[in-house]
Structure formats: structure tokens, C-alpha cells
Design a protein. Structure first.
Length: 159
């Protein structure tokens, strides 16, 4: 019997409830879902790779068929290394779709055997991004309900 493994890549800086919604739903669609944290030296993340792995590990405890990994370089190379058949991406708005569509087509060109699957988060998270969460938290606004409570605690320590 064939199993389908998917990669859900992102910076997860920090993980949001929108991310968790997609991970939960993806874990029911795919036989195995790898939540892949991008190590991007060009960005200046608020949380270290280790902190992001810790946050995801805390929040995904008990979720079956999900693992956490880190990667750098081309996503498609990582997908091949993981022997994944799919890449799962979240789409919040039309602007996300335009960017993700371009990336999906490039990934298809590089690795036609790996499919890209788009999922929309629950409507209540359709505007939530890690970037927006960090900005609101930095300026002292409430991010209650947008990120897990443990992430709120970590954001407060960074402020």
C-alpha cells in the first residue's frame, strides 16, 4: 500500500493558530506530514530555530503522523530527501495565491513528481501571519486567540 508523505514548509516565526489549523487538517489528509522549518540566513527571525522547534513540539504533542524537521536550500530538494510526494501550502488571500502559484509552478518544473496542495485556513485565521503577530506583539497589542498561549508568553519575553 502506498503512503503519501507531505511537507508543510514555513518559517513558523512564531507558529500561529492558522498554522496549527492547517497542520491538524493536513495530518488527516496525508499519511505523514513533515512540518519543515526553513533556516533562512537572509531573514532575521525573532525566534531561533531551536525555539521554533520547541514551540511546534509543544503544540503538536499528541498529533499523530506529524514530525518536525528543519531545512535550508531548495524546498524541492528537501522534499526529495524526505521522499515526499506533496508539498502542502496555506492560502489566506489572493496575494498569497499569486506568490504560491508561482512557487508551485517552479517546484513542478524542478520536480514534476511532487505535487503542491493548497489549503485554506479556517476563516477566523484568514488574516493571521507570523509577521503581523510579531508586529502587533512588539507594539503591545493583544494577539490572544491568534497564537497559542505558550507562544504569547514567549512573545512577551522577547518584547
Amino acid at each position: 500500500m502506498n503512503t503519501v508523505k507531505a511537507i508543510y514548509p514555513g518559517s513558523f516565526d512564531p507558529v500561529t493558530n492558522g498554522h496549527l489549523d492547517l497542520i491538524s487538517r493536513g495530518s488527516k489528509i496525508f499519511d505523514h506530514l513533515v512540518v519543515a522549518i526553513l533556516r533562512n540566513s537572509a531573514k532575521d527571525p525573532l525566534f531561533s530555530i531551536e525555539e521554533r522547534v520547541e514551540m511546534l513540539t509543544e503544540e503538536l504533542a499528541g498529533l499523530e503522523h506529524v514530525s518536525i524537521a528543519t531545512f535550508d536550500g531548495l524546498l524541492i530538494d528537501f522534499a526529495r530527501e524526505q521522499q515526499a510526494q506533496a508539498v502542502m501550502r496555506g492560502i489566506r488571500a489572493i496575494s498569497d495565491y499569486e506568490y504560491e502559484f508561482q512557487m508551485a509552478l517552479m517546484n513542478r518544473r524542478l520536480a514534476p513528481e511532487v505535487e503542491t496542495i493548497f489549503l485554506m485556513p479556517d476563516a477566523k485565521y484568514s488574516f493571521v501571519s507570523s509577521r503581523l503577530v510579531k508586529e502587533v506583539a512588539r507594539l503591545g497589542g493583544s494577539v490572544e486567540g491568534l497564537v497559542p498561549k505558550r507562544v504569547i508568553e514567549r512573545l512577551k519575553k522577547k518584547a
